[in-house]
Design a protein around this ligand. Structure first.
Ligand code: SF4
Ligand code: SF4
Length: 499
């Protein structure tokens, strides 16, 4: 190898953090810190500068040369002739499905004001509930009136999607269907070369269909007998956790995300208007007793703005949960109403308080930062932060497969097997694994952020390959905050100044 001239990549993003400089590649990630001396060396490459062959090969090099080698490996320094060519990635797989979302029921016993199920959700027929939950106070589940569906008020973008949501024949997944669907979904996942999947029990309120959940857990367990590792999770409102549920989830290592919001919230009433909090607390206590892995799911939205505060951290702590997943509103008007700085500040305040109590706040917005910490993580994981971009099958009770419960892209029926992945609509979603629309070109988090959730995008633009700019400053702002809070021992830190 001969000496070559290198220059600072136009994709390098750097800014001061304390007495160091944080630097990463805006497409590939690889966050690291440089002290003043190391940053001075980086600065020399603002003009084309020769690097000796032995440095690139890493043979017998000094600490200064080691830094240069690392900057080259991270593509922060690039050969002059490649300066405008963009980064070199590992190939991202064309097909890769590693998340299976089972929609066990399109019904809920809560009436959350912001949920896609929520105010427009309808009830299960009483008989179904009575049969499965004899011990539950049925009055909690009675909805006064079925609300008429209005496409203008739904998050969904197509009549077809809405029809699935309210079709009485698509209300409840039969246990034998759930098992058959998982069988096919695993076949599809395996056909893409994955050896491990995340299987999510989702709804509506998934625990309204305990029989189907149990059938899947009993049949597939950890997946060993089926040649694949299966991890499980569920998102539940927590009101239907019984001893049996908690014990079965603990035994099968099902991560339980309990939606709660805030101890003060009024956005999560029971359908009969009553307060949901005491019922959910009871569920949390049961999960704690069985030492389940629990995350509290909270929403920071226009509806919950006033109540979203440190009390959610205290609640998580009290019930032994060390993680809170925060869904930040997917409605574009939320960002124009409150403004990115105020949203970032509000979220950050609770994040900091959580850190003090050993409770981590995560979510869609946090995944941007996590992907940025790795190097070229998208090539390996197959998506940025939105798994609906080809990494996931969301299976309805009737077997229809959508991109996500929040999305309107219908791939077909799961029983079609791997041929689903050849459909135009799947290919369209999967093409967005790495590639964002042109609007994102040059953004400092382009390589890690997939933009706003598909639901509102499809609704507003009728196209998954679009960008809603109103949320961008919030995503960039919170990512900066998270980078600024990284301790130097948590990522590669190049300190060249003599101690
Ligand atoms: S959606 Fe916005 S924040 Fe995300 S990469 Fe695109 S421009 Fe950047
Ligand atoms: S479509 Fe929305 S809810 Fe679904 S994975 Fe993407 S961001 Fe998450």
């Amino acid at each position: 190898m001969n000496a070559q001239k290198y220059i600072l990549s136009p994709d390098a993003i750097n800014f001061p953090v304390g007495d160091r400089v944080a630097i990463y590649h805006r497409q590939l990630g690889g966050l690291c810190f440089l002290d003043g001396e190391a940053n001075g060396i980086l600065g020399q490459f603002s003009r084309a500068t020769e690097i000796a062959a032995h440095v690139l090969e890493g043979e017998d090099i000094s600490r200064r040369e080691e830094l240069i080698q690392q900057l080259v490996l991270r593509q922060l320094l690039v050969p002059v002739e490649r300066m405008d060519a963009g980064p070199e990635y590992a190939p991202v797989p064309q097909n890769k499905v590693n998340i299976i979302q089972l929609i066990l029921t399109n019904a809920c016993n809560f009436g959350c004001t912001y949920c896609f199920e929520g105010v427009q959700g309808v009830e299960l027929p009483r008989e179904d509930v009575v049969e499965q939950y004899k011990k539950i106070d049925i009055s909690r589940l009675a909805s006064p009136n079925e609300i008429k569906v209005n496409i203008n008020e739904s998050i969904y973008a197509s009549e077809e999607r809405i029809a699935h949501q309210y079709d009485p024949k698509n209300r409840l997944m039969k246990p034998k269907d759930a098992v058959a669907y998982v069988d096919k979904a695993l076949e599809i996942a395996k056909s893409t070369g994955v050896t491990e999947v995340m299987l999510q029990f989702f709804g509506g309120e998934p625990l309204l269909n305990w029989k189907a959940i149990k059938a899947v857990l009993d049949t597939y367990g950890n997946g060993a007998a089926h040649g694949i590792v299966i991890n499980y999770s569920t998102v539940t409102n927590g009101s239907l956790i019984s001893e049996e549920v908690a014990e079965t989830f603990a035994r099968n290592k099902v991560a339980v995300c309990v939606s709660f919001d805030s101890p003060k919230s009024t956005s999560r009433p029971l359908k009969n208007g009553g307060d949901s909090a005491p019922v959910v607390m009871e569920g949390l206590r049961m999960l704690q007793k069985h030492q389940n892995r629990v995350a509290i799911n909270a929403a920071l939205t226009s509806d919950t703005w006033d109540e979203f505060d440190n009390s959610i951290v205290d609640l998580a702590y009290e019930y032994g949960s060390r993680e809170i997943g925060v869904v930040v509103d997917f409605d574009p008007t939320f960002y124009s109403k409150f403004g990115a700085p105020a949203i970032v500040e509000k979220l950050w305040g609770v994040i900091e308080y959580g850190r003090g109590r050993g409770v981590v706040l995560t979510g869609y917005w946090h995944q941007i930062f996590q992907v940025l910490l790795g190097f070229d993580a998208v090539s390996h994981r197959g998506f940025k932060n939105c798994s609906a971009k080809g990494a996931q099958l969301s299976i309805e009770p009737n077997g229809s497969v959508f991109s996500c419960k929040a999305g309107s892209g219908l791939y077909g029926n799961v029983l079609q097997g791997p041929e689903l992945l050849a459909t135009e609509i799947y290919r369209q979603h999967a093409s967005l694994r790495r590639q964002n629309p042109a609007f994102c070109g040059g953004c400092e988090i382009e390589g890690f952020c997939a933009g706003l959730c598909l639901g509102p995008l499809e609704k507003k633009f009728g196209d998954v390959a679009s960008v809603e700019p109103s949320a961008c400053d919030m995503y960039r702002g919170i990512t900066r905050k998270l980078i600024e809070a990284v301790a130097p021992y948590e990522v590669a830190t190049f300190d060249l100044a003599p101690n």
